[in-house]
Design a protein around this ligand. Structure first.
Ligand code: ADP
Ligand code: MG
Length: 733
């Protein structure tokens, strides 16, 4: 079966490459116009009466809710546009706590009472929906019988059309709350946190008198997505990939990424065809995807968009994951988004680039040329420094999942210790602030490349550091510890809340220092007040800055000395959400109530436990139903061979010893599987207690089974081995 699969994959490859495959597209078909399937500002301007458009435009600019008086007109124009484009249904598209998106489709058609149907879509249907909330995780906020939930249109994220075989559906990005108004999703808190950080940032701008014309500060975000593409036939022959997203068995191929030949390497034909198709689809959906490249591991790739406002970027990030998964099968491929689909080789993450920008287009984390004179930048920078130091544990908690546990701390991904990489220039600036007043900005200069035909290149004032979980990268912070399957809404919500808290605190402190001179301070007074606040701040919080090698053991020791938390796994990390410090911050900025935060804690603990239970059962089932039977067949072959030698009077001692050793391994595996089954039976409790029990007893038992099975893989005849191997999955492209 495996041989067929490999041949199948290779044939498929050839068909696509030479253009005879069913999905071959001409280059012009790839050139979808950007935003073709989006109810964009341009479409709105064309289709709405002028007065309605003006009203809507200013609503969207301010980030306000839709004015009910224009809702019907907007809905009507939207419906006409969607139907003209082939849509038959619409859906309120939302982000429940599952981490995925949810949708329930409704037809535009309603019976007309005379045996026919009319096409209908009202303002109410656009702005509000009522899905049954009972089957979504609520973390205890709602009992199963309390079913009512509402979705509400987030008008600042555009409506779009999803096209598929035989259907086009109009998707309305929404927030999802319960009958009591509590957030049951990831979007509601994100939107609330964007309001919070906007208000706090504007307070700071007011102090500097740079708030003129600014009505809102947006958190901006661009997330780089890593993923694997493997042949789909192998995927379906691996129940572990199908059920858990990762391989629970498998030894490394003789080659992994030691040669560094995959990273940025030439992209294989079939993969590139798939990527181009994915991009064309995303363009149509208005997702501004920009870069594509091979990643470090064999068969691993990356796609990154241009940054957008955090809520839009979060919706678009979900679309990127969905489109990758829906297009790949057209090319006989399966997209694996799991953080660690394969043991040993690098897993996948999602670099979440984050910044703050005014609605007038100013990036507040842009240090500009003479940074030492840019006091406002220093305040924003120090607010992030303070926030990350105070809430390092919350940042760690917001990216915790069973999948990400395999990555954080392994020598491929940032450590579980949250620290900030500031780089040379900013570290120098912060040192100057701590000493008194900064007087100079460290410059990178230019680089002479030594060949006449090559231009001199400007050099950055600091190198890059890929080992840091949280790095300043030029004019934004890059939170690199986010997992590849994660919704970015939650980490961005946390970023917004903790930075809002610090900006607000700094604004208050600076105002106190300014005292009565608050309304119109001179430049010197302002400088004095700002530095008086920042100096002790740097002293207190610089311990979270680390520019060195985050992979090294020395850093783990050093971090411990500095008192930085090192929360190694999800079970250790999640309780930070329930700590008073975290609840207070979320409450103060009205992003989540105590009950809402606790519901997230419960939901994530439960998700962890469920995931581990599924992995345990899948491990046991594959071991019992695939690997042990193959081992026994192999063992029988060996035994028959020994018998044949003996009856031919040939010395069989060596082979008999080999058989004995092999039979010992088979017995050991059987025993380990029994231990695993018993461990699964023995754990009890619920929530974080269950999660801890699974971590402590079931995960080690899973690992024991794998270790022996992987050892057996080295011994069992290739034609008897029941699962596609790492070599097949990773190197058939
Ligand atoms: P890399 O980190 O691999 O060098 P890039 O420099 O291309 O990658 O940037 C990575 C991501 O950061 C992109 O999605 C980009 O749009 C995003 N980005 C750039 N500027 C900002 C910003 N001001 N706010 C948020 N994201 C940003
Ligand atoms: Mg990056």
């Amino acid at each position: 079966m495996r041989l067929e699969a490999i041949t199948g994959a290779a044939t498929w490859h050839a068909e696509t490459a030479n253009g005879n495959g069913s999905v071959h597209m001409t280059p012009s078909e790839h050139h979808a116009t950007f935003g073709d399937d989006v109810f964009s500002m341009k479409v709105m301007r064309e289709r709405l009466p002028k007065a309605v458009f003006k009203k809507l435009e200013s609503t969207l600019k301010r980030g306000d809710a839709l004015d009910p008086s224009i809702a019907d007109t907007v809905a009507n124009a939207m419906k006409d546009w969607a139907i003209e484009n082939g849509a038959t249904h619409y859906t309120h598209w939302f982000q429940p706590l599952t981490g995925l998106t949810a949708e329930k489709h409704d037809s535009f058609l309603s019976p007309d009472g005379q045996g026919g149907a009319i096409v209908e879509f009202s303002g109410d249907a656009l702005t509000q929906g009522e899905p049954d909330a009972s089957s979504f995780p609520s973390g205890g906020i709602r009992a199963t019988f309390e079913a009512r939930g509402y979705t509400a249109w987030d008008a600042t994220s555009p409506v779009f059309l999803r096209r598929g075989e035989n259907q086009v559906t109009m998707c309305i990005p929404t927030a999802f709350v319960s009958y009591t108004g509590e957030a049951l999703d990831k979007k509601t808190p994100l939107l609330r946190s964007m309001d919070a950080v906007s208000k706090a940032a504007i307070r700071v701008l007011e102090i500097f008198g740079t708030d003129a014309g600014v009505s809102r500060v947006y958190s901006t975000c661009g997330a780089e997505q890593e993923y694997f593409l493997i042949d789909r036939r192998f995927y379906y022959a691996r129940p572990d990939l199908v059920l858990t997203g990762r391989t629970l068995f498998g030894t490394q191929a003789a080659k992994a990424h030691e040669l560094d030949d995959h990273y940025f390497g030439a992209i294989p034909q079939r993969i590139l065809a798939c990527m181009a198709d994915v991009e064309a689809e995303l363009y149509r959906l208005g997702v501004p995807v920009k870069t594509r490249h091979n990643e470090v591991s064999p068969s691993q790739y990356e796609i990154a968009p241009v940054f957008e406002n955090a809520n839009v970027s979060s919706d678009h990030q979900h679309l990127i994951m969905q489109v990758l998964q829906s297009i790949a099968p057209k090319y006989g491929l399966q997209c694996l988004l799991h953080e660690k689909p394969f043991a040993v080789i690098n897993g996948s993450g999602k670099h979440n680039n984050w910044s703050l920008a005014t609605d007038t287009g100013v990036n507040l984390l842009d240090p500009q040329d003479e940074t030492h004179t840019n006091l406002q930048f220093m305040v924003f920078l120090c607010a992030v420094l303070r926030a990350v130091d105070i809430h390092a544990d919350v940042l760690r908690a917001c990216i915790a999942s069973s999948g990400n546990d395999h990555r954080l701390g392994a020598n491929e991904a940032p450590p579980a210790i949250i620290s900030i990489f500031m780089g040379e220039m900013l570290t120098d600036l912060l040192e100057q602030i701590e000493k008194g007043a900064p007087t100079k900005t460290k410059k990178g200069g230019t680089m002479d490349l030594g060949a006449h035909t090559l231009p001199d290149l400007p050099r950055h004032a600091g190198d890059r550091n890929r080992t840091s979980p949280f790095a300043f990268t030029g004019n934004k912070f890059e939170f690199r510890a986010v997992g590849s399957t994660a919704s970015i809404s939650w980490p961005n919500t946390v970023m917004n809340v903790i930075v809002a808290e610090s900006l607000d605190e700094l604004a208050s402190q600076i105002e106190v220092k300014l005292g009565t001179r608050k309304s119109e301070p001179t430049e010197a007074q302002l400088k004095q007040a700002v530095l008086a606040v920042l100096k002790p701040l740097v002293k207190e919080h610089k311990k979270v800055i680390f520019n060195g090698d985050g992979y090294s053991d020395a850093w783990h020791d050093e971090a411990e000395k500095r008192g930085l938390p090192n929360l190694r796994d999800t079970v250790d990390a999640l309780p930070a959400l329930k700590a008073k410090k975290c609840i207070d911050a979320f409450k103060k900025f009205k992003v989540l109530t105590k009950a809402e935060i606790e519901s997230r804690f419960n939901t994530y603990a439960e998700q962890y436990a469920t995931q581990i239970e599924i992995e345990a059962k899948t491990t046991s089932s594959i071991a019992k139903r695939s690997i042990l039977p193959a081992a026994i067949r192999h063992q029988t072959d060996l035994a028959e061979s020994v018998g044949a030698l003996q009856s031919a009077d040939i010395d069989a001692e060596e082979q008999r010893l080999a058989l004995e050793e092999f039979a010992g391994m088979v017995n050991d595996l059987r025993a380990k599987v029994i231990t695993l089954d018993e461990a699964v039976e023995s754990v009890g409790g619920e929530g974080i207690k269950l999660a801890a029990a699974l971590r402590d007893t079931v995960i080690p038992a899973i690992n024991d089974v794998r270790e022996l099975a992987d050892e057996l893989e080295h011994h069992i005849a290739d034609d008897l081995w029941p699962l596609p191997t790492y070599q097949e999955m990773l190197f058939v492209k």
